[in-house]
Design a protein around this ligand. Structure first.
Ligand SMILES: [Zn+2]
Ligand SMILES: [Zn+2]
Length: 348
């Protein structure tokens, strides 16, 4: 069993492997090329094959000057960017560490001492690292799916998730239109998946195990990001095709997730893999390009058009659930304390 202090450097590395940086320059360039492909094969005929036509396609004035985008910018700068940077890794770190500790102890309790010794080289080591790379990415992604699924299916949580769905146009800024309560659940649940996978593989290998990474990211996450992750919150319709859309969530499928049309509600809640939606019966694979209107029904929409309301409206809408609200606020306070404590230890 590894001592907790020994785990800090490892977990620092871990949280980087599973971090969420689709705004790194090479991901943005890949998104630019993918958008160019969509423009070239789908739109250029009507707009002309020119650089000006492409730029106009990439940054439509009606979307980038929309009141919803201006609100996204104000909201992102008010807390989510800095809050996400500070608290997401610390919260993920906290839940990953706790899950790892209890997971590992639980495995020892059930199955006895460690299963195998860590192979030093050869195909067993390679196979183990490949498997760990895939399983850890899938475990983290499944936890994100479950978190998102509950955000939609539990009325109390939906009031907080509505903030994200209240965006009326999609730009990458919508990434940050997430209520602080959701940032909390998002970061913590991802850590549970990471910690659980690590407990299982470290237990089997009998030593800390690494993963294959590309430029410091889990290789699977890197592949998912390079294929247009940052286009999910955009107007660029990129579908991977019927077969791949059953395995990976394409940008078009996340855009459908934001649609106000009833047939699209609670569909495509996965982050990287579409397999979870497929298994839970919430997968929606488009047959062709669909014209989408984004947001929530009009009677709810008007409640989410100011900065203050993005923060406060979910609480107002949940005032009848005072007990749940009190628990959430207590948890928030506890997790923030925990996160700050971990943050200090990670920095020191
Ligand atoms: Zn959602
Ligand atoms: Zn979204």
């Amino acid at each position: 069993m590894f001592e907790l202090p020994d785990l800090y450097p490892l977990y620092k590395q871990y949280m980087r492997w599973f971090s969420y940086p689709p705004t790194r320059w090479y991901f943005l360039i890949s998104c630019g090329f993918l958008a160019l492909g969509v423009y070239w094969f789908g739109y250029a005929k009507s707009q002309g094959y020119t650089i000006k036509g492409f730029i106009k396609y990439l940054f439509p004035k009606s979307i980038y000057t929309h009141a919803s985008t201006k609100l996204d910018l104000k909201y992102a700068l008010s807390f989510p960017i800095i809050g996400g940077l500070l608290f997401k890794p610390a919260l993920g770190f906290a839940t990953a560490t706790a899950t790892y500790q209890y997971g590992y102890k639980g495995l020892e309790y059930i199955f006895g001492a460690q299963a195998f010794a860590m192979p030093e080289s050869g195909w067993t080591l390679t196979a183990m690292i490949v498997l760990f790379t895939i399983v850890s990415a899938m475990a983290a992604d499944f936890c994100l799916f479950l978190q998102h699924y509950l955000m939609h299916k539990v009325k109390f949580l939906w009031e907080f998730h509505k903030v994200h769905h209240s965006a009326e146009v999609l730009t990458p800024l919508v990434d940050y239109r997430v209520h602080p309560i959701e940032i909390l659940t998002f970061a913590s649940t991802k850590g549970i998946g990471i910690g659980a996978a690590q407990a299982l593989f470290n237990y089997m290998a009998g030593a800390p195990i690494h993963i294959y990474n590309i430029l410091g990211l889990n290789a699977l996450l890197f592949i998912s990001y390079i294929f247009g992750h940052a286009l999910r919150h955009s107007h660029v319709w990129l579908s991977y095709g019927t077969i791949l859309n059953h395995i990976f969530i394409s940008p078009a499928q996340h855009q459908i997730h934001h649609s106000v049309a009833e047939k699209h509600w609670d569909k495509n809640m996965g982050s990287m893999f579409a397999l979870w939606d497929w298994a839970f019966g919430t997968l929606y694979v488009p047959k062709e390009k669909e014209e989408l209107v984004y947001g929530i029904p009009p009677e709810d929409q008007k409640e989410f058009r100011s900065l203050g309301n993005l923060y406060l409206q979910p609480f107002r809408n949940n005032t009848h659930s005072k007990f749940k609200l009190a628990i959430v606020l207590l948890l928030l306070g506890y997790f923030l304390y925990f996160a700050i404590e971990n943050l200090v230890q990670m920095i020191l």
